[in-house]
Design a protein around this ligand. Structure first.
Ligand code: SF4
Ligand code: SF4
Length: 210
């Protein structure tokens, strides 16, 4: 198995994408006047999959900087998370379990949190491979504000997610020297990425030294 790590250059690119998303999020949320302060909900119990080795490797860069006790605590919580999700998943239901990186309402790896954590809340659009555009209305609190403030939901400012995903896909492609298609797809929760350790892959036959 080959451990997948981001070079300093790709690390900087992931950070730049995350930073640009953060700035876009702040701009849109500011215009809508959406803030998480005082919200009765905590979106960190939403069930999401993540799909890139790049984000998985970047997450582990953050985990490796945690002190031993905090990392052990996160690891324990990640195992509990997976166990707690098993029952709803077996029943075909969407689990609602607090993310193992959430401690008392705060993200312990805020700088390394995933792309999806950085877009959740505000209205957004995404162009899919068919050419269609999917529109996300934002969280319940955002929708309440939008309904009050704008004549139609589509009048509200929104984040165009596709360009960030495209940039991340390019990082992912270069992480595998433009041979990403030779490696398995990723579809894991944060908890699974934590419990499984830093990403590693079996080299495809054509990439092995003979
Ligand atoms: S994103 Fe929306 S629902 Fe989630 S905590 Fe913030 S305001 Fe509340
Ligand atoms: S990584 Fe952080 S921001 Fe994302 S769901 Fe987990 S605790 Fe929340």
């Amino acid at each position: 198995m080959k451990k997948i790590t981001l070079s300093p250059e790709l690390t900087r690119e992931v950070e730049a994408i995350y930073q640009a998303m953060q700035e876009e999020y702040d701009k849109i949320a500011g215009k809508i006047e959406l803030t998480c302060t005082g919200c009765p909900d905590n979106c960190c119990d939403s069930y999401f999959f993540h799909h890139t080795y790049s984000e998985w490797a970047y997450l582990w860069q953050g985990l490796e900087q945690l002190d031993k006790d905090t990392l052990e605590q996160v690891m324990t919580q990640a195992k509990e998370y997976i166990a707690l999700c098993a029952e709803p998943l077996a029943q075909g239901k969407q689990p609602q379990v607090m993310c193992p990186l959430n401690s008392e309402g705060r993200c312990v790896l805020y700088q390394h949190r995933m792309l999806i954590c950085r877009t959740h809340g505000i209205p957004a659009t995404l162009k899919v491979h068919t050419g269609d555009t999917i529109r996300f209305p934002g969280c319940f609190r955002c929708q309440e504000i939008v309904n009050e403030k704008y004549a139609a939901a589509n009048d509200a400012p929104f984040m165009e997610r596709s360009r960030f995903l495209k940039q991340l896909a390019d990082v992912e492609s270069r992480l595998f020297a433009r041979k990403r298609h030779l490696y398995p797809k990723v579809k894991r929760t944060i908890a699974e990425m934590i419990v499984q350790g830093p990403p590693s892959v079996a080299l495809p036959y054509c990439e092995r030294e003979r």
